[in-house]
Design a protein around this ligand. Structure first.
Ligand code: FMN
Length: 177
Protein backbone atom coordinates (compact mmCIF):
# COMPACT_ATOMS: atom_id res chain seq x y z
CA UNK A 1 0.00 0.00 0.00
CA UNK A 2 1.39 3.43 -0.94
CA UNK A 3 1.17 5.65 2.11
CA UNK A 4 1.53 9.41 2.52
CA UNK A 5 1.43 11.58 5.61
CA UNK A 6 -0.08 15.06 5.34
CA UNK A 7 -0.05 17.51 8.21
CA UNK A 8 -1.00 21.01 9.18
CA UNK A 9 0.66 22.63 12.18
CA UNK A 10 0.54 26.19 13.41
CA UNK A 11 2.67 25.82 16.55
CA UNK A 12 4.64 22.66 15.83
CA UNK A 13 2.89 19.98 17.93
CA UNK A 14 1.26 18.28 14.96
CA UNK A 15 4.52 18.53 13.01
CA UNK A 16 6.33 16.51 15.71
CA UNK A 17 3.58 13.87 15.64
CA UNK A 18 3.55 13.77 11.82
CA UNK A 19 7.31 13.27 11.67
CA UNK A 20 7.10 10.38 14.15
CA UNK A 21 4.34 8.72 12.15
CA UNK A 22 6.17 9.24 8.84
CA UNK A 23 9.29 7.66 10.32
CA UNK A 24 7.39 4.64 11.65
CA UNK A 25 5.60 4.12 8.34
CA UNK A 26 8.58 5.04 6.16
CA UNK A 27 6.26 7.33 4.22
CA UNK A 28 6.67 10.74 2.57
CA UNK A 29 5.56 13.76 4.53
CA UNK A 30 3.66 16.73 3.07
CA UNK A 31 2.90 19.95 4.86
CA UNK A 32 -0.28 21.98 4.42
CA UNK A 33 0.60 25.67 4.39
CA UNK A 34 -1.91 28.51 4.54
CA UNK A 35 -1.42 31.34 2.06
CA UNK A 36 -2.02 33.96 4.72
CA UNK A 37 -1.56 33.30 8.44
CA UNK A 38 -4.53 34.59 10.44
CA UNK A 39 -4.52 35.60 14.10
CA UNK A 40 -5.88 33.16 16.70
CA UNK A 41 -9.24 34.91 17.00
CA UNK A 42 -9.84 34.83 13.24
CA UNK A 43 -8.65 31.21 13.08
CA UNK A 44 -11.12 30.28 15.83
CA UNK A 45 -14.02 31.83 13.93
CA UNK A 46 -12.83 30.43 10.61
CA UNK A 47 -13.05 26.97 12.12
CA UNK A 48 -16.26 27.60 14.04
CA UNK A 49 -18.13 28.78 10.96
CA UNK A 50 -16.70 26.13 8.65
CA UNK A 51 -14.81 28.59 6.45
CA UNK A 52 -11.88 27.39 4.41
CA UNK A 53 -8.68 29.42 4.38
CA UNK A 54 -6.65 29.35 1.17
CA UNK A 55 -3.75 26.91 1.23
CA UNK A 56 -0.72 26.37 -0.99
CA UNK A 57 -1.20 23.51 -3.43
CA UNK A 58 0.29 20.17 -2.45
CA UNK A 59 1.40 18.17 -5.49
CA UNK A 60 -0.18 14.79 -4.78
CA UNK A 61 -0.82 12.60 -7.80
CA UNK A 62 -3.88 10.44 -6.89
CA UNK A 63 -2.03 7.45 -8.40
CA UNK A 64 0.90 7.95 -6.03
CA UNK A 65 -0.97 6.97 -2.87
CA UNK A 66 -3.83 4.87 -1.57
CA UNK A 67 -3.47 5.36 2.18
CA UNK A 68 -3.11 8.70 3.92
CA UNK A 69 -2.50 9.71 7.52
CA UNK A 70 -3.74 13.24 8.17
CA UNK A 71 -2.25 14.96 11.20
CA UNK A 72 -3.40 18.27 12.59
CA UNK A 73 -4.87 20.23 15.49
CA UNK A 74 -8.39 20.59 16.79
CA UNK A 75 -9.70 24.15 16.54
CA UNK A 76 -13.04 25.19 18.03
CA UNK A 77 -13.88 21.54 18.68
CA UNK A 78 -13.37 20.59 15.02
CA UNK A 79 -10.49 19.68 12.72
CA UNK A 80 -8.49 22.89 12.09
CA UNK A 81 -9.79 24.93 9.16
CA UNK A 82 -6.75 24.39 6.84
CA UNK A 83 -7.39 20.62 7.05
CA UNK A 84 -10.89 21.26 5.73
CA UNK A 85 -9.53 23.14 2.72
CA UNK A 86 -7.09 20.32 2.05
CA UNK A 87 -9.85 17.70 2.15
CA UNK A 88 -12.01 19.73 -0.21
CA UNK A 89 -9.17 20.18 -2.72
CA UNK A 90 -7.84 16.61 -2.77
CA UNK A 91 -9.15 13.62 -4.73
CA UNK A 92 -10.05 11.22 -1.94
CA UNK A 93 -12.48 8.80 -3.59
CA UNK A 94 -11.77 5.13 -2.82
CA UNK A 95 -8.90 6.04 -0.50
CA UNK A 96 -8.35 4.94 3.09
CA UNK A 97 -7.57 7.60 5.66
CA UNK A 98 -6.30 7.63 9.25
CA UNK A 99 -6.34 10.77 11.37
CA UNK A 100 -4.14 11.89 14.22
CA UNK A 101 -5.27 14.98 16.12
CA UNK A 102 -3.34 17.16 18.54
CA UNK A 103 -5.62 18.88 21.01
CA UNK A 104 -6.17 20.12 24.56
CA UNK A 105 -9.68 19.85 26.02
CA UNK A 106 -11.77 18.38 23.23
CA UNK A 107 -12.63 14.68 23.18
CA UNK A 108 -11.32 13.80 19.72
CA UNK A 109 -13.51 10.71 19.50
CA UNK A 110 -16.63 12.87 19.58
CA UNK A 111 -17.12 15.87 17.29
CA UNK A 112 -13.71 15.89 15.50
CA UNK A 113 -14.05 12.20 14.56
CA UNK A 114 -17.73 12.52 13.61
CA UNK A 115 -16.91 15.54 11.43
CA UNK A 116 -14.03 13.75 9.74
CA UNK A 117 -16.07 10.62 9.07
CA UNK A 118 -18.94 12.59 7.57
CA UNK A 119 -16.68 14.61 5.27
CA UNK A 120 -14.68 11.56 4.16
CA UNK A 121 -17.91 9.63 3.48
CA UNK A 122 -19.05 12.58 1.37
CA UNK A 123 -15.89 12.40 -0.74
CA UNK A 124 -16.04 8.60 -1.06
CA UNK A 125 -13.11 7.90 1.25
CA UNK A 126 -13.03 5.71 4.36
CA UNK A 127 -11.86 6.64 7.84
CA UNK A 128 -10.05 3.59 9.22
CA UNK A 129 -8.25 4.87 12.31
CA UNK A 130 -8.29 7.78 14.74
CA UNK A 131 -5.96 8.70 17.54
CA UNK A 132 -4.58 11.85 19.07
CA UNK A 133 -2.33 13.48 21.60
CA UNK A 134 -3.40 15.90 24.28
CA UNK A 135 -0.56 18.43 24.28
CA UNK A 136 -1.39 19.31 27.89
CA UNK A 137 0.36 16.11 29.01
CA UNK A 138 3.68 17.52 27.69
CA UNK A 139 5.29 14.08 27.62
CA UNK A 140 7.04 12.72 24.60
CA UNK A 141 6.51 9.14 25.83
CA UNK A 142 2.75 9.74 25.87
CA UNK A 143 2.93 11.11 22.32
CA UNK A 144 4.78 7.96 21.28
CA UNK A 145 2.11 5.80 22.96
CA UNK A 146 -0.62 7.67 21.10
CA UNK A 147 1.25 7.17 17.83
CA UNK A 148 1.48 3.44 18.59
CA UNK A 149 -2.24 3.47 19.29
CA UNK A 150 -2.82 4.83 15.78
CA UNK A 151 -0.41 2.34 14.20
CA UNK A 152 -2.15 -0.55 15.97
CA UNK A 153 -5.39 0.36 14.16
CA UNK A 154 -3.88 0.46 10.66
CA UNK A 155 -4.30 -2.22 8.01
CA UNK A 156 -1.29 -4.61 8.18
CA UNK A 157 -0.22 -3.72 4.60
CA UNK A 158 0.57 -0.18 5.77
CA UNK A 159 3.09 -1.27 8.40
CA UNK A 160 6.64 -1.64 6.99
CA UNK A 161 7.89 -5.21 6.97
CA UNK A 162 9.99 -6.56 9.84
CA UNK A 163 12.89 -6.76 7.33
CA UNK A 164 12.71 -3.05 6.69
CA UNK A 165 12.66 -2.25 10.41
CA UNK A 166 15.65 -4.50 11.21
CA UNK A 167 17.60 -3.11 8.21
CA UNK A 168 16.95 0.39 9.45
CA UNK A 169 18.23 -0.52 12.92
CA UNK A 170 21.29 -2.22 11.42
CA UNK A 171 22.07 0.80 9.20
CA UNK A 172 21.67 3.13 12.14
CA UNK A 173 24.09 1.08 14.27
CA UNK A 174 26.71 0.87 11.51
CA UNK A 175 26.52 4.62 10.88
CA UNK A 176 27.26 5.17 14.58
CA UNK A 177 30.45 3.03 14.44
C1 FMN B 1 -7.46 28.83 17.01
C2 FMN B 1 -7.29 27.67 17.97
C3 FMN B 1 -8.42 27.01 18.47
C4 FMN B 1 -8.27 25.90 19.31
N1 FMN B 1 -9.38 25.24 19.75
C5 FMN B 1 -9.23 24.08 20.45
C6 FMN B 1 -10.38 23.31 20.83
O1 FMN B 1 -11.51 23.67 20.57
N2 FMN B 1 -10.16 22.15 21.50
C7 FMN B 1 -8.92 21.69 21.82
O2 FMN B 1 -8.79 20.61 22.39
N3 FMN B 1 -7.82 22.41 21.49
C8 FMN B 1 -7.95 23.57 20.81
N4 FMN B 1 -6.85 24.31 20.46
C9 FMN B 1 -5.53 23.80 20.86
C10 FMN B 1 -4.83 23.06 19.73
O3 FMN B 1 -5.62 21.98 19.25
C11 FMN B 1 -3.50 22.48 20.20
O4 FMN B 1 -2.73 23.51 20.76
C12 FMN B 1 -2.75 21.82 19.07
O5 FMN B 1 -1.79 20.95 19.58
C13 FMN B 1 -2.03 22.84 18.19
O6 FMN B 1 -1.39 22.14 17.15
P1 FMN B 1 -0.14 22.74 16.40
O7 FMN B 1 0.93 23.00 17.44
O8 FMN B 1 0.27 21.66 15.46
O9 FMN B 1 -0.56 23.99 15.71
C14 FMN B 1 -6.97 25.43 19.65
C15 FMN B 1 -5.85 26.14 19.18
C16 FMN B 1 -5.99 27.24 18.35
C17 FMN B 1 -4.77 27.96 17.84
Amino acid sequence: MKTVIVYYSRYGNSRVAAKLIAKQLNAPLHRIEVKKRKNVMTSTFTSLFGRRPKIKTIQLDPESWDFMVIVGPVWSGRPAAPLKTFLAETRLAEKKIAVFFTHTKTDIHKRPTRWMKKVLDHFGARLVAVSGYNIGTKQHTVLKQRVWDLLSQLPPQVIPSADWVSNRKRNKKSSLK
